[in-house]
Design a protein around this ligand. Structure first.
Ligand code: AMP
Length: 129
């Protein structure tokens, strides 16, 4: 069965898109640890990050870097933290989380706001990508 992220790639489930290339997609996390929390995924569905072929892995990291630089231009933060977990969604993804302290990395946080605010933030980051 297709992962929820493959459904997002195929447009079957909506997302607040931040950036897209032929091979990768970035969108806002629906349940952000901190405001601006973004997920970067390969369009190729592979569960574990380190099972990606080397080109896709390197491409995902390079794409994530560009997205992080765009996030930093829009979201006030000390830096963008990076996490890879994958226990909830079995489709490799990089969490980019704007942080001022370690508590901003906490997956128990819920910094969600209205759909309107998500849409506005996604479009601002997209304009810097
Ligand atoms: P994990 O697999 O543990 O790395 O976490 C998966 C992440 O995906 C969590 O931070 C969720 O909030 C996020 N997530 C799950 N479904 C969606 C969705 N439909 N749109 C955006 N983010 C999602």
């Amino acid at each position: 069965m297709a992962s929820i992220f493959t459904k997002i790639i195929n447009g079957e489930i909506p997302c607040h898109k931040v950036a897209e290339t032929d091979d990768f997609l970035a969108f806002l996390d629906i349940n952000p640890n901190a405001w601006g929390h973004t997920l970067c995924i390969p369009k190729k569905e592979v569960d574990r990050l380190f099972d990606l072929d080397e080109d896709t892995y390197n491409g995902l990291m390079s794409f994530s870097r560009k997205v992080a630089l765009a996030i930093e231009k829009v979201v006030s933060c000390n830096r963008v933290g990076v996490a890879v977990v994958g226990l909830e969604v079995p489709h490799a993804h990089v969490h980019l989380i704007p942080i001022d302290s370690m508590t901003d990395m906490d997956f128990k946080n819920n910094k969600a706001r209205s759909q309107k605010e998500f849409a506005a933030l996604a479009s601002e980051i997209a304009s810097q990508f």
